[in-house]
Design a protein around this ligand. Structure first.
Ligand code: GLN
Ligand code: ZN
Length: 763
């Protein structure tokens, strides 16, 4: 073969970089600004510093473009609303500025009036939340907020080749919601396009060649009108700059025939979420389009197998030449920032991982190898060796765990008796009153608890001292609950920093990072653990705490576990095993914990599953398959309970209509849910389905510091009773109380118990 000195260069970029900073600098600056401790100018300087650092990371890795417009003060969908001058009327007073943005996001800012914040919801199937655009018939769009253009100029001034990122018009409309009846937000598209045209013209005037225009909704199964709307949109938008239409989180094959008709100049596809779409897209790619191959996973922490990707991409490169671009699969917003900071991971685990900064390097190295650099090819092989070796590592693959999951039978997921029989036995064993009262698990995480945990982690408090302190908090929580006269008590979760990380630290198979923060919403970040190997339970995890709590009272104490689907959903999963298989491993570990709690005399056990709904695949046609294995994993964890042991579950959201069948299939004896804000409306889904088991519809909103009145609670329970027979109703708050203080908590629970007692007398 002749030496390929003339291989056309592969262009490299990422779809976006995390914005919070490796030390969460943005978070801390924002919060200081909100508290009035720093000026707006000081906050803006932190933003600028971070942008420069992140562009530097991209350039330093050897990427051809830096992404601009991926930075956001709170959220990039809200940033788009600002750019479009599309501010909810109640917040719209003259020219929008940074405080306008914070008011829409949080209801208040250092300046201006306080008004309700806009809703926040999950960004597709990630754990990132965006601010939901609000649409009314008369909405107008005027390019207002100059942040994007300033950032472009800022990056250009620093000498970078700039590729601005814009959320596309169809996705922007889709992600919002109508605030008026009888109106379809899609009708706003023509008006919206005029504003987008202006934005693109401005970018062109700044000398921008390519704009990345994100239309992630193309991964969904869209209604026809929406799918068809792209045609008009991109007809109007084409002309001023080149457009790279970006899709991610799933394949777009189902819309491909429409996509290739659009007036854009290139297409980005997510080959990490859906590698199988590659050939079909390459075959259909219009002749003058570039293909941005999103091969480096932006949503997980694993080092890429560059050697294998190189093999896959060589024929594509041969076919597309310089029309092939390489990229991250999606924005790196969803991945932690810098693996180099993780000095406490074992060397073996560390060499399996890559965070945002390392992923930029992966994109660049792969492109160099693809372009024929022998050194880069070797480097790819060397780089991939650990991740290839991992496949057979004894550390990762545990024969006992594998054997146990392979031996799972359908019967393993079934309780020993049907609900009606269990309910009878539980009534006899538990001796609970009508409308039993309980809470969801956590009690206030006071400053004292946090400080003690910090001191323990830093070695300033011995394990024995820390445990004594925790027992003190448990005893305190039990005493307060007894005084309140609640029926089923909890230990209060003082020992848990986070309902998933706590179990990740105790179960084998997880690695926990120190700085692996990922933005969840606004200034809030989460630090998901990483599932690195087969999961098992080396020893009981919660039994000591729960039995201690039970030893202090004659009332029932409820054991408290996080369910398999939620543990999986809120961690970075391994990718060499299906999500179903991982969930089953976790389920078996929890199943043993349930058995141990029961053997230790605990008669009520709650297995929280708040993440079941958000795990739904993007394409509705795949929901059922997911729900089937998710429900099964939950059932496996619960089914070691004897009929007289009562299994509770908890889900803190309020949309059950479309998943009610699967929620019922969980077959939990009691489910507690969030309902207070919906005024018990959502119980209708349970009524309509004839939901057979017991339900605790939340009777007050724990997110608010307001103390619910007794009458308010009795009214809600009366509404609930119109839908669900009283014998199957529980009385509890919407969710855990860890973010509230004790004063609020006790006042609210006092009224809740009073309401239950009043109703018991009446009924
Ligand atoms: N048991 C947990 C708590 O009370 C449940 C939290 C949740 O549902 N997110 O905090
Ligand atoms: Zn909850």
């Amino acid at each position: 073969m002749t030496k390929q000195t003339t291989t056309p260069k592969t262009t490299t970029h990422i779809l976006g970089y995390p914005r919070v900073g490796s030390q969460r600098e943005l978070k801390f600056a924002q919060e200081k600004y909100w508290r009035g401790e720093i000026t707006q100018q000081a906050l803006k300087e932190v933003g600028s510093l971070l942008r420069h650092r992140h562009w530097g990371d991209q350039v330093g890795a050897g990427l051809d473009y830096v992404s601009v417009g991926d930075f956001a003060w709170y959220d990039h969908v809200l940033g788009t609303s600002m750019l479009l001058g599309h501010i909810p009327q109640r917040h719209n007073h003259g020219f929008p500025d940074l405080d306008t943005l914070f008011r829409v996001a949080r209801g208040k800012a250092p300046t201006g009036c306080a008004c309700a914040a806009s809703d926040m919801t999950k960004w597709f199937n990630t754990n990132y939340h965006y601010i939901v655009p609000e649409f009314t018939k008369d909405d107008t769009f005027t390019v207002s907020w100059t942040q994007l253009f300033e950032e472009v100029a800022e990056a250009q001034k620093a000498g970078h080749d700039v590729k601005p990122v814009l959320l596309g018009p169809v996705s922007y409309l889709w992600l919002g919601k109508e605030k008026e009846a009888d109106f379809d937000r899609l009708t706003l598209l023509p008006r919206l396009l005029t504003a987008y045209q202006q934005i693109l013209n401005k970018l062109a005037a700044l000398g921008v060649e390519w704009v990345q225009i994100d239309e992630p909704v193309l991964a969904l199964e869209l209604p026809h009108a929406w799918a068809d709307s792209f045609k008009l949109a991109y007809q109007v938008l084409s002309g001023s700059t080149k457009l790279l239409l970006t899709t991610y989180f799933d394949n777009i094959t189902h819309h491909l025939d429409k996509i290739v008709e659009l007036k854009v100049d290139g297409l980005h596809i997510d080959l990490s979420a859906s590698p199988e779409q590659l050939n079909g897209v390459v075959a259909a790619l219009p002749e003058h389009w570039v293909l941005s191959a999103g091969v480096i996973n932006g949503r997980n922490v694993w080092r890429a197998d560059l050697a294998q990707l190189l093999e896959t991409l060589i024929p594509v490169k041969a076919q597309l030449g310089e029309r092939l671009w390489l990229a991250s699969s999606c924005s790196l917003l969803h991945s932690p920032i810098d693996l180099d900071l993780e000095t406490e991971l074992t060397a073996e685990v560390r060499q399996w991982l890559a965070f945002a900064k390392q992923k930029c390097r992966e994109v660049s190295l792969l492109a160099q190898a693809l372009d024929g650099s022998g050194v880069a090819v070797q480097e790819c092989q060397h780089y991939s060796a650990p991740i290839q070796a991992r496949a057979t590592s004894a550390l990762v693959n545990n024969p006992e765990v594998r054997q146990r999951t392979q031996a799972i039978t359908p019967a393993l997921a079934e309780r020993k008796a049907p609900y009606a029989e269990r309910a009878r036995q539980q009534r006899a064993a538990l001796n609970l009153p009508l409308l039993p009262t309980t809470t969801i698990g956590s009690f206030p995480q006071t400053d004292e608890i946090r400080l003690q945990r910090r001191d323990f982690k830093a070695g300033r408090l011995s394990e024995a001292e820390y445990n004594t302190a925790l027992k003190g908090h448990i005893a305190d929580a039990i005493e307060r609950q007894q005084k309140l006269d609640l029926d089923v008590l909890v230990h209060g979760e003082a020992e848990r920093n986070d309902m998933v990380e706590y179990f990740a630290e105790l179960l084998e198979g997880f690695a926990v990072t120190r700085f692996g923060w990922v933005q969840s919403y606004g200034s809030r970040c989460v630090k998901p653990a990483v599932i690195v190997s087969d999961i098992y339970r080396a020893k009981p995890m919660t039994v000591e705490w729960i039995t201690y709590a039970q030893s202090l009272t004659d009332k029932l104490v409820k054991g408290m576990l996080t369910g398999p689907v939620t543990i999986l959903g809120w961690t970075f999963p391994r990718e060499d095993l299906s999500r179903e298989a991982i969930a089953n491993q976790i389920a078996l570990a929890l199943r043993d914990e349930v058995a141990d709690l029961q053997a230790a005399g605990i008669q009520v056990i709650q297995i929280d599953e708040p993440a079941i709904r958000e795990g739904l695949p993007l394409k509705a046609s795949q929901w059922q398959a997911y729900l089937d294995w998710a429900v099964n994993a939950f059932k496996i964890s619960a089914a070691s309970a004897e009929p007289e042991t009562q299994i509770h579950t908890h889900m803190c959201y309020s949309e059950f209509n479309d998943i009610i069948k699967s929620v019922a299939a969980l077959d939990a004896d009691v489910i507690t849910i969030e309902t207070s804000r919906s005024d018990m409306e959502l119980l209708k889904a349970f009524e309509a389905f004839d939901y057979p088991n017991e339900i605790g519809p939340g009777v007050y909103d724990i997110h608010s510091p307001n103390i619910p009145e007794v009458a308010q609670i009795t009214q809600l329970v009366e509404k609930a009773e119109a839908l669900i027979p009283a014998e199957r109703l529980w009385i509890n708050p919407d969710c855990g109380l860890k973010t509230r203080n004790w004063e609020e908590t006790e006042a609210a629970l006092h009224n809740m118990v009073a309401a239950a007692k009043t109703l018991r007398e009446q009924w």
